[in-house]
Design a protein around this ligand. Structure first.
Ligand SMILES: Nc1ncnc2c1ncn2[C@@H]1O[C@H](COP(=O)(O)OP(=O)(O)OP(=O)(O)O)[C@@H](O)[C@H]1O
Length: 309
């Protein structure tokens, strides 16, 4: 449905997209995950022909995407980072206005606007003007305006930034519902938990290109980390640390301010083996946790830095 090949975009000397390749199929909730500045917004703006690019190609619904390709544009719903609504119109009127750009039939439009209001849970606020809405409600209005016409493809650029947890959950649930109703979704975020929760496939971006892509399961299988064990308030000597490092399946270890973090490959009994060692050495310890790999671990292993640097 969306095919991006070798896309290059420069801002002066800065290469924001460096041979970006993406292929998105119909029916997916496709996540573009990357730290701030990795090029997600630039990629979206190029996809929408809002920005010119230097090299490469973009095809949507099998057609080359150009600024004047209105046939393609009509089937795309956009929810960008900056909320773009009219202050002088009410919630209802704003949604009706944006929906009206695509759906001239009044009766049909009324139905769609009502659906969008229910969908984003804005019924109690339908007569209010945007200035009276909280940040989370404004974002929901922004989404309702972008999706009311039931587009085939919905592109959302960080729709949950600076949103309260309740609105965030509503937005995430809404995206899944839109997908169930037939829309393909492209969703950018730097929150790995969100992307893990809703996306069927994920591309991780860094420095303007994709460093890994696949389902979350496939991505996690690409890395060595199978389990990360953390133990708090644990007094250890350098001999202890050497012993722990030598335990089977341990491949990385970090010890700072009495907190021990041990990365192990995916194997059984890593935690028991470590706790047995501590017990045998009579070492006391505080809280213990064991975590399965996250997308941050994938990013960390591939790039050597945290997703949220
Ligand atoms: N108009 C611009 N002029 C110059 N540089 C820009 C411009 N827009 C973006 N950049 C730079 O291009 C790079 C990619 O930015 P972009 O906004 O696409 O990243 P992002 O992953 O979407 O980050 P964020 O989540 O912060 O929006 C960054 O280094 C950014 O500083």
């Amino acid at each position: 449905m969306v095919q991006i090949e070798n896309l290059v975009k420069r801002y002066g000397n800065l290469v924001a997209l460096d041979h970006l390749n993406l292929s998105i199929s119909e029916g997916e909730v496709f996540g573009l995950l990357g730290p701030n500045g990795s090029g997600k917004t630039t990629a979206i703006n190029c996809m929408l022909s809002l920005l010119k690019y230097d090299k490469g190609s973009i095809h949507i619904f099998g057609e080359e995407m150009r600024p004047d390709n209105y046939k393609v544009k009509q089937q795309i719903g956009i929810v960008l980072q900056n909320v773009a609504v009219f202050d002088e119109l009410t919630v209802y009127e704003n949604i009706d206005y944006f929906c009206g750009l695509y759906v001239p039939d009044k009766r049909k439009r009324k139905e769609l606007v009502e659906e969008a209001i229910t969908f984003t849970d804005l019924n109690d606020y339908r007569k209010m003007r945007p200035k009276k809405l909280s940040g989370g409600l404004l974002r929901r209005l922004n989404i309702a305006c972008g999706i009311a016409h039931k587009p085939r493809l919905i592109i959302m650029d960080e729709p949950t930034v600076a949103v309260d947890p309740q609105s965030r959950n509503k937005i995430l649930e809404g995206i899944q519902k839109l997908n169930e109703q037939g829309s393909t979704i492209i969703y950018t975020s730097h929150y790995m938990e969100e992307v893990e929760q809703i996306c069927t496939r994920i591309a991780i971006m860094d420095h303007g290109h994709v460093i890994a892509s696949g389902t979350k399961e496939e991505l996690k299988k690409m890395i060595k980390t199978g389990e990360t064990i953390t133990i708090e308030a644990i007094p250890l000597t350098s001999e202890n640390l050497a012993d722990i490092r030598a335990l089977p399946h341990v491949f990385d270890l970090h010890y700072e301010e009495q907190i021990l973090t041990v990365r192990c490959t995916g194997a059984r009994h890593n935690l028991i083996r470590l706790l047995n060692y501590l017990q045998n050495q009579d070492i006391s310890f505080g809280q213990v946790s064991s975590e399965l790999p996250t997308l941050n671990d994938v990013f960390l292993e591939i790039t050597g830095k945290q997703l949220r640097d």
